[in-house]
Design a binder for this molecule. Structure first.
Ligand SMILES: Nc1ncnc2c1ncn2[C@@H]1O[C@H](COP(=O)(O)OP(=O)(O)O)[C@@H](O)[C@H]1O
Ligand SMILES: [Mg+2]
Length: 508
């Protein structure tokens, strides 16, 4: 019966620590020659299920069939021998090794000569359009290059069943397009592919079928052609949803954050920001759009005192921030939450629980001898409730939470410090729909409290719906500041590629 499937899961159950049921009798089928999207909110058990297919965890119940035969996958080597390869959310490459060395790791015993390896890598690369320099060291690579190495590694081992856990969360739209072209080629060659992504437009574009998990249970499998984004969202959350984003009216207060003539030079003498001027009013959300690497990071760092700048000024009302330390700037009320591309190193201590991470932040603001855990614990409880953070408790190490939950802790912590200026960068990176909307609500709430919010984003539709005005950066320059209510995505796109606006319209 199960002959036709590359993988079939029947009644798979996984319970962590006797408490958290991450997978509850999950059924899943994957065919050769198809791309299956695995969809579900943060914490719904997607990664856990995939980790059982790739030999990282063992199920507590249920059966896995590969090519129609019941299997016991006890280690990643078992998975590899079954032709299953997984590209994890956090890459598992050795930084100081070259791409080729990383590909060779674990193939001992049947290792080819260097020349043969090169030849094989070249053959796989050109077959699927994977662009990799085999001699380049991992630490010199962009996130997208590292991902390509991971894919190559899996293909090199002869996998024909590929699992990709949120591969696009770390990619630019252009890189995502490239990845999708590669995945489609693999599918057309008959490989079986599972992809996890929260972006519903990506699900609609790349997948043939979609399987949905909700709170650890399988709720539905549908053909992509027979569904749409709204239906998928409703399957995911279990009730009907409204996908519109609120943009409340507020009283604006001029000049809360004023940046004028800001220029920043990078490590190799490159101008990272050129004569950047703008203001963020109290009670508004100013969005920042731009292709990756247009100066967004430098802007955040210059405002918060993390990097020095040679020209220009940054003022919080009447106070000049230039020359102040990050600690002083934080204490003046400028908070930042920056979610990096790899979503690691987000400024939380991974071995500590949410309470201690709260404490760390408040302690940082008011250094003192005695630490009162109670307010921090209350704050942690409030956050868990408010943002629906899935955790066994406030003391569970943050590293055991899923990525999305970590992000909620991070932003929640900044908001709880009652800032005057809130800078958020890529706040919903990798988050599911529900969590993303919870974050938009939080930002709106801050705006309604009169906070000046600077929101650096990737999704233009979201920026246009959520923000009051949008500033566009291109190669470190401001190419326009537009009113979000009467601007189109196409106009933003043009500004992002450096086509400046007419002078009159430039300042709204
Ligand atoms: N090693 C672990 N120990 C304890 N709980 C875990 C562990 N891994 C995952 N979980 C919990 O299992 C649930 C499912 O997590 P996960 O599979 O990562 O979800 P998803 O990938 O859908 O976001 C979550 O509640 C998560 O906190
Ligand atoms: Mg996951």
């Amino acid at each position: 019966m199960s002959e036709q499937y590359a993988i079939e899961c029947r009644g798979i159950t996984k319970i962590f620590g006797g408490k958290v049921t991450a997978n509850d009798h999950v059924d899943l089928q994957l065919k050769f020659g198809e791309i299956l999207a695995l969809l579900g909110e943060n914490g719904s058990g997607k990664t856990t299920l995939m980790n059982m297919l790739s030999g990282i965890y063992r199920p507590d119940g249920g059966t896995i069939f590969v090519r129609g035969e019941e299997v016991f996958i006890n280690s990643p080597v078992d998975a590899m021998n079954l032709g299953i390869g997984m590209i994890h959310q956090h890459f598992k490459l050795v930084n100081v090794f070259s791409a080729m060395d990383n590909i060779a790791i674990g193939t001992k015993g049947r290792r080819l000569s260097t020349a043969k390896m090169r030849e094989k890598i070249r053959e796989i690369s050109s077959r699927f359009g994977l662009e990799v320099d085999p001699d380049k060291k991992i630490y010199d690579m962009s996130v997208s290059e590292k991902q390509t190495v991971e894919i190559l590694k899996v293909l090199y081992r002869g996998s024909d069943i590929l699992i990709l856990d949120e591969p696009t969360a770390v990619l630019t739209p252009q890189e995502t397009e490239k990845l999708f072209a590669i995945l489609k080629k693999m599918r057309d060659e008959g490989k079986a592919i599972i992809i996890i992504t929260h972006k519903l437009n990506e699900v609609m574009e790349i997948s043939d079928r979609v399987s949905v998990l909700r709170k650890g249970k399988s709720v539905a499998s549908v053909n992509t052609a027979e569904t749409d984004e709204l239906k998928l969202t409703e399957l995911m959350v279990g009730h009907s949803v409204d996908l519109s984003i609120r943009r409340p009216e507020t009283d604006k207060k001029d000049g809360v954050l004023k940046v004028s003539g800001l220029s920043v030079t990078g490590a190799e003498g490159m101008k990272m920001l050129k004569d950047v001027s703008f203001e963020v009013k109290g009670g508004e959300i100013l969005g920042v759009a731009g292709v990756a690497g247009s100066g967004q990071k430098e802007l955040c760092e210059a405002i918060t005192g993390l990097i020095p700048f040679e020209q220009g000024s940054v003022k919080l009302e009447d106070t000049e921030l230039k020359g102040k330390s990050p600690f002083e700037i934080l204490n003046l009320g400028v908070s930042i939450s920056f979610v990096p591309e790899d979503r690691l190193g987000m400024g939380l201590v991974s071995s500590m629980g949410i309470t201690d991470n709260m404490l760390l932040r408040t302690y940082y603001k008011t250094p003192g001898l005695f630490i009162d855990r109670k307010p921090a614990k209350e704050m942690a409880d409030k956050l868990i409730d408010r943002l629906q953070i899935l955790t066994p408790g406030t003391e569970t190490p943050v590293r055991l939470l899923s990525g999305g939950n970590v992000q909620k802790v991070l932003l929640g912590r900044e908001i709880e410090s009652a800032p005057r200026v809130l800078i958020t960068a890529y706040a919903v990176r990798g988050l599911d729909i529900n969590s993303s909307y919870a974050i938009y609500d939080l930002l709106n709430e801050q705006k309604e409290k009169g906070v000046a919010v600077l929101n650096i984003g990737e999704d233009l539709d979201v920026l246009l719906a959520l923000c009051d005005r949008i500033l566009v950066l291109c190669h470190g320059e401001v190419t326009g500041i537009v009113d979000a209510k009467n601007t189109t995505k196409e106009q933003l796109g043009l500004l992002m590629t450096g086509i400046k606006q007419e002078k009159e319209a430039a300042h709204v």
